[in-house]
Design a protein. Sequence first.
Length: 593
Amino acid sequence: MMRRISLRNCNGIPFISSISGTAFAIRAYSSCRYSKKSVSVKDQFGVNSSNFECLDDAVTLFRQMVTMKPLPSVVDFSKLFNTMIKMKHYSTVVSLFGQMRKLGIPINGFILSSVINSYCLMHRADFGFSVLPIYLKNSIPFNNVTFTTLIRGIFAENKVKDAVELFKKLVREDICEPNEIMYATVMNGLSKRGHTQKTLGLLRLMEQGNTEPNIYIYSIVIDSLCKDGNLDAAINVLNEMKQKDIYPDIVTYTSIIDGLCKLGQWEKVKTLFSEMVHLNMYPNVHTFNIITDGLCKEGKVKDAEEVMKHMVKKGVEPNIITYSALMDGYCLRGQVNRARRIFDSLREKGIETDIFSYNILIKGYCNKKKVDEAMQLFCEISQKGSKPDIVTYNTILQGLFEVGRTGDAKQIYAEMLSAGTKPNIYSHVTLLNGYYKYGLVEEAMALFNKLERNKEYTNIAFYSVVINGLCKNGKLNEAHAVFKKLSFIGLLPNVRTYTAMINGFCLEGLFDEAKYILRKMEDNGCSPNNVTYNVIVQGFLRCNKISEMASFMKEMGGRGFSFDATTTGFLIDVVRENPSVLDMIPELHSKNK
């Protein structure tokens, strides 16, 4: 009896029309059996196929193998393919597999799985589906490995819906019963892409079926919940595990500790730490690094140093990540010299500095406006045979603009392009902001027009920077033209875009136009924020329109907004010139008694 199914690949093309019902049975691959006369690759050539130095050696061996009589076993071909996959020569595996088929060399499920895996690692899972009919033609049964590999490949292409649909089809049509590895693959794929509730739902589905969740499955769910900030649910799942006599491991504890550190719940961290030690499960360097980093981000650098001393005492050696966390902590506190001492001490400890540690120190110097020191480190990266990354370039650009060194910033940008480092949106936003800040409107617009022509950025944040920069440089008409263009290119202004345009009108004293934009943004479902109202109030104060400001304050107060530091500064200046202004705005007068 034949069972017809309608499995389709990612492009919706059927890859199987019919298959025997027995092919759906859950089968493990039997171990490959071959004649004692078959010669292993190592025996024949004196070469271990897992130790090639280059692809040419592997291909040469393959060509020798296919001419042997008798042929090497299918296992040897499979090992050779797996070695090439480890060497990341995926297309070569596919090509050599094609040659095997032309020569009529026997194949098995392991080889077919290697080919599917190669396609998936090339981000061509759709081609991986084309291998499935070969299973049928050679009477090789599908198994969990076949479909788990495909699911993993589809997730790698961020086609979450397709991966989930394939998994559901396997279960619904009884093609194969998922095992722990397949469940873990789907759950891992979902959790890494932020689908926490779906990950948790799959755990509940698994608990109702025949496949018992293991520690790895539970750890995926707990980690996903922790990354989502849902620590209560994560701890509930942890307790469920324990009730089933499935005890957490170092990975499970580390996930929860990471979540607790991000929320600053240090007492609970101590409790979990003690629980781990009680279970003879001592934290590793990764666990310690999470705690150290969490403390440093909260400014508790001294506590972080105590943790590091404790880990050393327990025989856990700090690594570059540990020291980088401490450096970052000191930089966040403005103590960049302390961070530099740690950085310099790493060489004495025999620890290689990496681009991440350089970036931390460069940012620390830039935040303190010590750009010369930052530039010195920047040059040192190349001298040591490494390369600055996009974070390095962006940090240096920001630092140079902060101190007004626009010429040096342009030079760094040019160097970035010549070095082959592709700027991202943050790079170009930094450049545009810098150009506008120092009145280099022509350079800013030339860059904007170039990027717009190339359609590199079409998000509203990019356009908001341009509108804001033009407004602040008195180019209101140009800003308004860009603002009106948004509707033609299908972009909706956000609160920053509207606020920038309102500010532009206020700077020119065009309050009717500013209020029109304010009402328009609300009509379009975009609520003004505290910054929006402060911008308008500053405009009233700048033009000494106190009575209008007083009436506007009622609306502002009704929304729960208050003056920011800039608005307060404007008001103080106005009151200094005319103290009677306070009597004109009784709401403010009463609030400040």
